[in-house]
Design a protein around this ligand. Structure first.
Ligand code: THU
Length: 134
């Protein structure tokens, strides 16, 4: 579930954004099933393909600190947009990799809009490890 602490963390992470090319700040926080949180922001690159989204930065920080057992309970993504931005397709795929069964994704902005989904709603029929374990 999203709470004010997670929303505040996602909005604060936006301010760390390195986005000189798009000028679009994105912040994210993930909460793991044990309550641990990790934040991320988008980090752009002059070679545009080197850009990484806020959501993936948060997940890679978590995996690099915790290890492969990372299980994400909640994702909150903050932008200045109204309605707030949804995660891109690559981020949906990466969230799916580490999502707990009931993982929720909440989209927020400073003006108070909130849109909420489950990760399965944002990536129906997602490709996952089950295909590789046959
Ligand atoms: N961006 C994110 O950080 N997350 C998303 O899910 C969508 C896009 C960033 C990437 C880039 O720095 C900027 O937003 C414009 O695409």
């Amino acid at each position: 579930m999203m709470n004010e602490t997670l929303k505040t963390l996602a909005l604060a992470a936006m301010e760390k954004s390195y986005s000189p090319y798009s000028t679009k700040k994105v912040g994210a926080v993930i909460e793991l099933v044990d309550g641990t949180t990790f934040t991320g922001c988008n980090v752009e690159n002059s070679s545009f393909g080197g850009t990484v989204c806020a959501e993936r930065v948060a997940i890679w920080k978590a995996v690099s600190e915790i290890g492969p057992t990372v299980s994400v309970k909640t994702v909150v993504v903050a932008t200045d947009a109204s309605p707030p931005w949804v995660p891109c397709g690559i981020c949906r795929q990466v969230i799916n990799e580490f999502a707990s069964a009931e993982c929720e994704i909440h989209l927020v902005n400073k003006t108070g809009d909130v849109k909420s989904f489950t990760h399965k709603q944002l990536l129906p029929h997602g490709f996952d490890r089950s295909a590789l374990m046959e």
